[in-house]
Design a protein around this ligand. Structure first.
Ligand code: MOS
Length: 734
């Protein structure tokens, strides 16, 4: 197969597309089992206190109800904190479902009603009466800023004298930005189906971003070492919500163990608001610059909410020390514990918030110095990661600026706000930079050439809708010179080779590297087997002297000399190789990151204050893109979410009750099709030989970063009003 035809780099359709569109793809809550029981969760109506008594008698009297589990009758649970600490655990003691009578947040699961059908379980759950002993709660970050404590995060040390230089700077910007709680809301609600085996082994279909993380959790919490297998063949979106085992998993396992039956627990849409979320955050930015707009000093402080039991931390302010050249920088990050559940990573965790504030502040600075916002970024461009002092393995952000601006037509932008208008509609153009880390984790994969000459590759990773099935198949097919149809990638099974959580945009980098290396190791074995045949024309050849083309091994110097792989394995039997891929040492000398430049046009109705995003150009530098079609999908999703962050999304809490009010998709506003403009995605050329052998940096998160700032900056350019509190709703513009 020539390089031109290699699947890697092609915008191929998803290999699992037909299964998804025909409904054959099954999600965690869709697996059947003989005599399957259904659980319905009863959640706390108060935010803080104790359970005095749970009266389940009316629920138990409903025919078809099998049990009501509470903290008083559940199976034994581990006592040590460690048992609950999963691979994405925050500092502190993880929440333990049905552990005791303590109520830590509104929405906390207090009981599980188990019945023959979901409808019976839900009806009976409505009959469970909980008597509370209520204690006062605090749920308002803004009211409790004085209680902020420094987060247990390793921030870059201050450099220079930010405070001193700010005091003397020619031009200064100081502003406070805030952002609300947001909930993940993947289309597929969280669900776990626990199949109870005769020998007490559990096979669990779980909605998760890490089959082995869920497996480990269940084994540790319930003392079931070696008895648990977790499957997640398909995941209907997650965005971080499946990084930690969620309580429906623990509840389903409890019921299965207690009743020795198979049990499914699915959360309702409202219950999707009863665990992790993006935390409410207040940020304080100070920038000092000269008349040329070059940054002389920068301070960025963020305060976020967390729970009483865990300190959730994310990288909010680090980006401000990293992105632009600046010699005097001071970063600060604080947490306020409240009577709420612990926040959880949500798409580009931290960056989505911190870069929003930084990039709005940069826009404010651009007006203060009367320099075009894009030119201001160029004036402050840094070839080094300013926090670590290391050069980037690649950084084509300059190409993102240039190509994105050209595509958008940025050079026609008038500097002054309120310069563009179409009748009653004010038009504004805004831009922002995006940045995310390009990480790699250790990961394993197995490649097996089956007796029929087809290639099976596997790893325990998941596909949360990102295209993992497809991309891994492309990498393997390219390596072995096979058509896509002869390669199958298997994932979503804790019994497969070890894989990290699917998150952080590091799956292609981590698992993709493992797939590629496993295929390379398999090629060695194929060549070795081929050389050992009598009179082999491949005897004495090294891997570099042969090629794998169209399902055959051939000599590079004599392509007519070929051996079909199916013929070889037909004779010697199947061949396989398993490899653990590690991040290379070469990475250590470099900073690795993805970047973007986002350009946005908004149209604001001057009389009504409604904002319509009418155009977006997102230019992305993410190394080599394995599949431009699935990668584009990731960026589109990120941009849509960024528009939601800017204009729509906000989980509102009634602080008297300590309870979310708009916990449904009717009242939790998301951008719908009518809210979304034409979105153009450009991938700029960014060769990178350091980051990994694929040269790929990942695209799951970068699409959202910077979008909210670009929208907010466009709204300012249209209206001359700077709204610093997200979301930018019409009441704030009038
Ligand atoms: Mo993503 S928040 O790393 O699932």
């Amino acid at each position: 197969m020539s390089a031109r035809q290699s699947p890697q780099g092609q915008p191929l359709d998803r290999v699992d597309g037909p299964q998804k569109v025909t409904g054959q793809a099954r999600y965690a809550g869709e697996y059947a089992a003989p005599d399957l029981l259904h659980g319905s969760v009863v959640c706390s109506a108060i935010a803080s206190g104790q359970i005095r008594h749970i009266d389940a008698s009316a629920a138990l009297a409903v025919p078809g109800v099998v049990a009501v589990l509470t903290h008083e009758n559940r199976p034994p649970l581990a006592c040590e904190d460690d048992a609950y600490a999963d691979a994405d655990a925050a500092d502190g003691a993880a929440f333990r479902p049905l552990f005791n009578a303590h109520i830590l947040y509104s929405g906390q699961p207090l009981a599980l009603v188990v019945a023959d059908s979901l409808q019976l379980a839900q009806y009976a759950a409505s009959l469970v009466r909980v008597e509370y002993q209520q204690t006062p709660h605090r749920t308002d970050l803004l009211a409790d800023l004085a209680r902020a404590h420094t987060a247990p995060a390793e921030l870059p040390a201050p450099r220079g004298d930010a405070q001193g230089v700010l005091a003397g700077a020619l031009l200064g910007i100081e502003a406070r930005y805030s952002s609300p709680v947001e909930h993940h809301n993947p289309m597929e609600p969280h669900a776990s189906t626990v199949l109870y085996g005769d020998d007490g082994h559990l096979t669990i279909h779980d909605k998760t971003q890490g089959t082995q993380n869920s497996q480990q959790y269940v084994e540790d919490v319930f003392g079931l070492k070696g008895k648990v297998r977790v499957l997640a063949a398909f995941v209907g979106g997650a965005f971080g919500s499946g990084l930690r085992p969620q309580y429906q998993l623990a509840l389903a396992v409890m019921a299965a163990l207690k009743l020795r039956r198979s049990v499914r627990v699915s959360l309702t849409r409202q219950q999707m608001f009863t665990f992790g979320y993006r935390p409410r955050t207040v940020q304080h930015l100070q920038l000092g610059a000269g008349a040329d707009g070059r940054l002389q000093a920068l301070r960025h402080g963020a305060t976020a909410q967390t729970s009483r039991f865990e300190d959730f931390t994310e990288h909010v302010v680090e980006w401000s020390g990293m992105l632009y050249h600046c010699d005097n920088v001071q970063l600060d990050y604080q947490l306020v514990p409240l009577d709420v559940y612990t926040p959880l990573d949500m798409r580009a965790p931290g960056a989505t918030l911190g870069v929003y504030a930084l990039e709005c502040a940069m826009d404010e600075l651009a007006y203060a110095v009367a320099i075009d916002p894009l030119q201001l970024r160029l004036n402050n461009y840094s070839a080094l990661n300013q926090n670590s002092g290391k050069p980037y393995s690649s950084k084509a952000l300059d190409a993102c600026y240039a190509e994105g601006a050209a595509r958008f037509g940025w050079d026609a932008r008038p500097l002054a706000p309120r310069s563009l208008r179409d009748g009653h509609t004010l038009i504004g153009w805004g831009m922002a930079t995006g940045v995310w880390e390009a990480m790699q984790q250790p990961a394993s994969a197995r490649a097996c050439l089956a007796a029929n000459g087809s290639l099976q590759v596997s790893s325990a990773t998941t596909d949360i809708g990102t295209g993992t099935y497809t991309v891994m198949t492309q990498i393997a097919a390219t390596s072995l010179g096979l058509p896509m149809a002869r390669v199958r990638f298997q994932l979503g099974d804790s019994s497969l080779p070890k894989a990290p959580l699917q998150g952080g945009s590091f799956t292609v980098s981590s698992v993709g590297s493992a797939v590629q290396q496993a295929c390379e190791a398999l090629k060695e074995k194929i060549l070795e087997a081929a050389t050992q045949r009598p009179d082999s024309p491949f005897a004495g050849l090294a891997l570099a002297q042969v090629a794998f083309v169209d399902g055959a091994l051939q000599r590079v110097d004599d392509p007519a000399c070929r051996l079909a792989l199916s013929e070889l394995v037909g004779q010697v039997g199947e061949l396989q190789a398993e490899v653990e891929a590690q991040p290379s040492k070469a990475r250590d000398a470099y900073a690795t990151a993805t970047h973007s430049a986002v350009f946005v046009e908004v149209r604001v109705d001057e009389a009504l204050g409604t904002v319509q995003v009418s155009r977006v150009v997102s230019a992305i530098a993410a190394g080599r893109v394995i599949n431009p079609k699935t990668a584009r999908s990731q960026i589109l999703g990120g941009v849509v979410w960024g528009i939601g962050q800017a204009l729509h999304e906000e989980t509102l809490i009634d602080h008297n009750l300590g309870r979310y009010m708009n916990h449904s998709l009717a009242e939790y506003h998301l951008p719908v099709h009518a809210d979304n403009p034409a979105i153009e995605v450009l991938f700029v050329d960014e060769p990178d030989s350091v980051v990994n052998s694929l040269g790929s940096k990942g695209v799951g998160e970068i699409g959202i970063v910077g979008v909210a700032a670009a929208v907010a900056n466009a709204v300012y350019h249209a209206t001359g009003k700077r709204v610093r509190d997200l979301p930018i709703t019409l009441d704030k513009l009038l």
